[in-house]
Design a binder for this molecule. Sequence first.
Ligand code: MET
Ligand SMILES: [Zn+2]
Length: 771
Amino acid sequence: MTTPFPTGTILGYPRIGRRRELKRAVEAFWRGDIDVAELEARAAGLRRATRERLASLGLGRADSSIPESFSYYDQVLDAAVTVGAAQADGLAGYFALARGDASRAPLEMTKWFDSNYHYLVPEIGPETEFRLASDRLVAEFLEAKADGFLTRPVIVGPVTLLALAKASDAAPEGFRPLSRLADVLPVYVELLGRLAAAGAEWAQLDEPALVSESLSETADELRAAAATAYGVLGRAQSRPQLFVAAPYAALGATLATLAGTEVEAIGVDLVRGTIPAEQFDCTRDALKGKTLVGGVVDGHNIWRGDLAAAFAKLGLLRELSPHVAASTSTSLQHVPHDVADEPLLDGRLKSWLAFADQKVEQVATLAKGLSEGAAAISSALAEASAALVDRRDAPGVRVPAVRERLAGLAPAAFSRAPYDERVAAQQAALDLPALPTTTIGSFPQTGEIRRARAALVAGELDAVGYEDAMRAEISRVVTLQEELGLDVLVHGEPERNDMVQYFAEQLDGFAVTVNGWVQSYGSRCTRPSILWGDVSRPAPMTVEWSRFAQSLTAKPMKGMLTGPVTILAWSFVRDDQPLGDTANQVALALRDEIADLEGAGIGIVQVDEPALRELLPLKRADQPAYLDWSVGSFRLATGGARTETQVHTHLCYSEFGVVIDAIRALDADVTSIEAARSRMEVVHDIERSGFDHGIGPGVYDIHSPRVPGVAELTELLTLAVATIPNRQLWVNPDCGLKTRGYDETVASLRNIVTATRAVRERVGTGDAVGA
Ligand code: MET
Ligand SMILES: [Zn+2]
């Protein structure tokens, strides 16, 4: 049985729902408001709606062009559970792996390639017993079949699953999960057999690890693993035809490796990558029998893009194989559903955009061009090209005053006084104990805060009423922190719906969406803004809130800003100029904001850069240039701060080691980082690196509802003081508290202060940085 690969497809579709229905259902289940049967029924309803929608947008009902890419929480967790690498007893057990429960900590979470999506890190060791432990994929295929759809099941492939896993606690030093490849393959073979028996004609194995040079395995190791894995899966007795997708960057020489196996279709990302010329020779014969699936429609951004250029790339692929299909470069899980769902966006801007549904239509158009010839789609290509031209010359896209200021910057704008001088000045200005305690900025966003914001948006509350409500909340948060005995206070960020959108709403050059939700992790979604034009700051953005908060306390109040890299990473960014230029425009706006905060009496300013690691290019050759502009933009933002102003930064996620040189180059006085979920592993990286500025490894994992106990916190702090000089150490949670409830927050912070006091007594009161 060989049915051809569909001429147009997508690698995956958003699963959270057009109105975040899955989020609501899952959270209702967690609260105990609905039972498992109701949750499953709602999820099935969503899958059904997605299939119908995709068919109406032009994907075929019965040709495997609709991918089944649903997940209740995360696709990596799904694959781990499927092969028995994570033990989940029912859906409740599945969620417990992700979120932790009273008896166990959750799995570590980190970013999926260079996206803002977080996956759960499976823990695999020599003791892991692989077995086919879930039939979810088969059941979903059959569910679609019963509705008259022949879908294409999607699962994270074996190489990526193992390459993204970490060694289990039980594993010996130096153990690599990828060494278990031969053991996990039979489970994939068995799964493929079941899918074939159920009637699946194609299955998709996602293998983005094959494009990455940022994992602990080298490109050669990954290539060898791909040869082994797809050698074995290709020879499986009974299986659907295999489509191996390699999104997020160029596949390079691994294309030849895959071409040498028996897989039937290979997906390449032609938005990020190209096919290197040498591949045309060395893979020519092997590729002739394969379907090449060209990821020519950007799955990771919202621009309508150059459709004619996309079509031309498919033409190039045809020189390699007569079987070519059009696809998105990545799953569409990174983009919102539908531009038509944005009643408030400017019509002209809208004509430049394509969200998931528009991208599906683009793929359908390209597929039509492939099967019927370019003439059949010439008007669609011309319309897309006209939108590009319109965008280039539209007002606001290029603003001379912004460009002139950037062009006139002197190198000195990127540097502060030497660190020693700053430490002395900050010691004199601030009065801090050893191991100062602080938080990362946000406090729980209560129902009351959200209701006030909704009432403001709905026009039921005027600006004065809203500001009163926010001031009341700030007062509560300041009082609470004083009661708890924290040393450096925050105002709690109640006025911020989101740490990027808050700034995007106030800066020129950005537009914000109403329904543009994108899954961030589990049930959490963000609504990225659209950075479409030159950026400038019409007025101060945070100053009045910080001034008010500082007026309530004698302790230092940290001003809170989001850094340029993060503002870019968590927005949909213009693709018509280098990212570094855009970042520097944002940096200048922040630089002016810091000056205004200083003028308002704020002595500590935190500039969050949680996305610094996330945007790191997957290819090594691209990394130095990225680190150069990203670090440069942070330094431009903070370089005007006074010597006595203590500049903090905050980074989430534990791969500190990878970007340590960049963190050092940021030259922030104090850096807080995530560390709790990885049990403080990061302090060893800090020690090894000789990092000598202030550092706050997070002791409280705020991604989990769990309250860390005093004993556990004391243990983490003891580890930290044993490894890092006391004068450098700060004590703080992993991240902001906005997603947490008040009870758990208060209990956790109380325990943090108690544990810190105990450890402080034991180590004596050495000088803290900036104390
Ligand atoms: C994702 S990093 C969050 C930092 C921000 N200041 C907060 O506390 O919410
Ligand atoms: Zn954070």
